[in-house]
Ligand binder design. Structure first.
Ligand code: ADP
Ligand code: MG
Length: 247
């Protein structure tokens, strides 16, 4: 059984059906790359996993526990427990501008979890080392490059000890020369067997790091498979033409 199981997910905004019948699973320790054209529903799907969007039907189970089952949501406590298993990183970083790097990292564990200060500081230092930003801990986000901001955002998400990390186009807002440092951090997490779902336009990265590629188009998963299956032996014309445009 997958650590994430999504079954027949449906989501509309008004009359627009954005997720039509989305089914997929993510195994523990697996890296799944989600690719597809703009507007295909990738962000909506990811946001639904952490309850930033509420779906109109279908099920999402994380570690065997239902966030939503056949369109019916868990109670607020359940929702909190389930969504806190996942850390999310957005295209536009979403750092708190009035807090230093280290304060950005410590805020949620302290406030949401009531974690002892000593524990938060220990983890903070460890994670800043991991993303290569120890020397920036007193800096404010405005003083950082996009790549540094995104590495802070990754470290901040990891502060909550998530079982799963979700990335929504983590390098799309970056200058090309800064994407590498962010992808490197994600790759390192993959090597440590972090379970991850990464929405990305970086086909080279997807090919190299993902165990599974999911291709979405027009609110549907058109096909999914190993990087080799998708990139070299795509079954569907829509997949082939998307890849042809993207590679
Ligand atoms: P992707 O991430 O693949 O680009 P999105 O999930 O952001 O796609 O969007 C899928 C579709 O849903 C798009 O047509 C988008 O305009 C629409 N959409 C997304 N969010 C909203 C919203 N809050 N209200 C109305 N339409 C939305
Ligand atoms: Mg998107």
């Amino acid at each position: 059984m997958g650590i994430i199981e999504v079954t027949n997910l449906k989501k509309s905004f008004g009359t627009l059906d954005v997720l039509k019948d989305v089914t997929f699973e993510v195994g523990k320790g697996e890296v799944v790359a989600v690719i597809g054209p703009s507007g295909s529903g990738k962000s909506t799907m990811l946001r639904s996993l952490v309850n930033l969007e509420q779906v109109n039907g279908g099920s999402i189970a994380v570690e065997g526990e239902y966030l939503v089952k056949d369109g019916v949501y868990a109670n607020p406590q359940g929702i909190k427990r389930i969504t806190s298993k996942m850390g999310m990183v957005f295209q536009h970083f979403h750092l708190f501008p009035h807090l230093t790097v280290q304060e950005n990292l410590e805020l949620a564990p302290r406030l949401v979890r009531g974690e002892p200060a000593e524990e938060s500081r220990r983890k903070r230092d460890e994670l800043l080392r991991k993303v290569g930003l120890t020397d920036k801990k007193e800096a404010y986000p405005a003083k950082l490059s996009g790549g540094q901001k995104q590495r802070v955002a990754i470290a901040r998400a990891l502060m909550m000890n998530p079982a799963i990390m979700l990335f929504d186009e983590p390098t799309s807002a970056l200058d090309p020369e800064l994407t590498g440092e962010v992808l490197q951090v994600i790759k390192q997490l993959a090597e440590e067997h972090m379970t991850m779902v990464v929405v990305t336009h970086e086909m080279g990265f997807a090919k190299e790091v993902a165990d599974k590629i999911v291709f979405m188009d027009n609110g549907e998963i058109v096909e999914s498979g190993s990087p080799d299956e998708l990139f070299h032996n795509a079954k569907h014309e829509r997949t082939k033409s998307f890849l042809h445009r993207s590679l």
